[in-house]
Ligand binder design. Sequence first.
Ligand code: SF4
Length: 361
Amino acid sequence: MSLPHLRDLPVPALPGAFAAAGVRGAAIVARDVALAMHQRHALRWEELPLGREARGRLEARFRFGPLLGEPAVAVAADGTRKYVFPALDGAAVEVVLIRNLKAVTLCLSSQAGCALGCTFCATAALGLRRNLTPGEILESLARAGKDAGVRVSDVIFMGQGEPLHNYDAVMDACTNLNHHHGPSLSKRRISVSTAGLTPRIRRYAAERRPWRLYLSLHSAVEETREQLMPIARVHPLPDLLDAMREYQQLCEVPWVTLQYVAIPGVNMDDRHVDALRERLAGLRAILDVIPWNDIGGPYRAPTWAEVRDFRNRLMGLGCPVKTRYSAGKQDGMGCGQLTAGLLALAPKGGHIDAPWGIYTD
Ligand code: SF4
């Protein structure tokens, strides 16, 4: 069995792991190693601040080295950059870096491919290849930021994969992203977007996770939601929204963000607006409207006039409504468009037709 990789470990666990390996001054060495890995982007043993004895003890227990190969990079007309890194086994780790005046946001992937099969999303066609490790997630952030010459200020798990499907790895990655010896991002600038795995939302709430949790709602009409997101057949809407209410209460979140991909002829008519009014009672929510990005079918992208009209009707619900421009969408980098196409890495094996086939909660 291969040794654990140092970058996969939560930063708070490093001092204990180093002490168990017999490293003298384990707490200080662990701090220095974490800072080198996560803030100075060290990729190899020789780049870690270790004496010969400490390095020998750690090399006997841990691996260290690059987890990702050279990325394929594309730059969109609006400056958005997409990176597709090949992992050691050839799986693709895809991230999108978006700059605006206030922030540099990295859209992170949690899995290579995805098992959930949402019908509006190009990633669904890949199926699930595998979960990413915390180290792969963190290295994709470090290397994309370094390549672009920027410090990433915000991350959102909204690239390939359902983050709560890879719960432990994503939670460990978030712990390190937030840690002052890690990339040191503010907890309010770390967001996890879920398609709605109800038991895992309850677990997230019970564990009082401090990062923002977004729900991809997309419809408050059950049959429309099932059409868009097959996982809705496993986790019906009333129980899912109850879980979000619990999350709001337990984690003391003033507003929860509900993402809503707007697709004409599917979920933008008055019936869907009325369903939102009825279903969202008791939930202080911000509606985040994302005009559907064309992936070559099976739907039609809305015009801006349609989006404006929809937003105006949503504002009658009395909750804040945002409209999100998907950066890089003209160049295949927007929400729902990620397919690792730059590397042409088709997933090998592991394709799961039943979207909930490996989901056991
Ligand atoms: S929208 Fe998200 S959860 Fe749904 S298939 Fe795409 S990546 Fe997976």
